[in-house]
Design a protein around this ligand. Structure first.
Ligand SMILES: Nc1ncnc2c1ncn2[C@@H]1O[C@H](COP(=O)(O)OP(=O)(O)OP(=O)(O)O)[C@@H](O)[C@H]1O
Ligand SMILES: [Mg+2]
Length: 245
């Protein structure tokens, strides 16, 4: 056990939704660590968690040596919910401090993740997090795309960069989100042409938009809503992949 699943992709494609659905699924079964690694954090909202302190907040007061000591105190900013724990990276107040925050985050992932059956990381949009290597030791990298060329190209770039930087994602899969039936076949063709492995298609679902607007959490989604039903298929495949690692 101690698997790490990271979720990345182009901005606004549904990384946070997919991360939250993973947390919803796995937290019903086993100990889960959720990490919001996006400085424009919104995973806590989708999960309905109040966060008082982030790594970014704490970092302000730390020097080099203290950063290392902070490893042992990371639990101070870990939010413990009934079914999962949540760590939020946040944003340092001063510009240009991301490398330290990222460093702490990486250490946190390495030292904390082994205490949980599953760690789920909601990454920031794009490719930055890969070049800064906050996402090493990932078992499954899920790259979320919408039905756009740009989304597919971002997915392709993430795969290429990971190869170039020798980042070891044991598996890398694409999740196509907000798909409509008319576009699915074309998407399958386009992704195949780019050499990307698709693990599932998630439809546009009115419930997601409605709940988002009403400030209701992903845990309140009905089990039979289209997004959850489609996600059940994705998660089944993820579990098969994990058991084969
Ligand atoms: N399948 C879906 N059906 C309906 N609405 C969706 C679906 N997926 C995502 N959304 C909505 O689209 C918006 C963007 O989704 P989300 O925040 O998960 O994307 P993101 O990739 O995390 O964005 P960012 O790059 O800003 O972090 C949200 O308002 C979300 O509620
Ligand atoms: Mg997000």
């Amino acid at each position: 056990m101690g698997y790490v699943i990271a979720v990345s992709g182009k901005g606004g494609t549904g990384k946070t939704l997919i991360s939250a659905l993973l947390i919803r699924h796995f937290s019903r079964k086993c100990p889960v660590l959720a990490i919001d690694a996006d400085p424009d954090s919104n995973l806590p909202d989708v999960l309905g968690v109040e966060v008082e302190r982030t790594i970014g907040d704490v970092r302000e007061s730390l020097t080099g040596e203290e950063v290392r000591e902070f490893e042992g105190r990371i639990h101070e900013i870990l939010v413990e919910e009934r079914d999962f724990d949540l760590l939020v990276m946040g944003r340092p107040e001063q510009e240009g401090c991301y490398c330290v925050v990222n460093n702490i985050l990486r250490v946190a992932i390495d030292s904390l993740a082994k205490n949980y059956d599953i760690t789920i990381i909601d990454c920031e949009a794009g490719l930055e997090h890969l070049s800064r290597r906050t996402t090493r030791n990932v078992d499954i990298m899920l790259v979320v795309t919408d039905a756009t060329k740009k989304g597919i190209l971002t997915a392709k770039r993430i795969k290429e960069i990971a190869n170039n930087l020798h980042i070891k994602f044991k598996r890398i899969f694409v999740v196509v989100n907000r798909i409509t039936p008319e576009l699915q076949e074309q998407m399958e063709v386009s992704l195949r042409e780019e050499g990307l492995d698709v693990i599932g298609f998630i439809p546009f679902d009115q419930i997601v938009a409605e709940y988002d607007l009403m400030g209701r959490t992903v845990f309140e989604f009905p089990d039979d809503t289209p997004v959850v039903r489609a996600f059940d298929g994705v998660v089944k495949r993820i579990e098969e992949e994990l058991s084969g690692l």
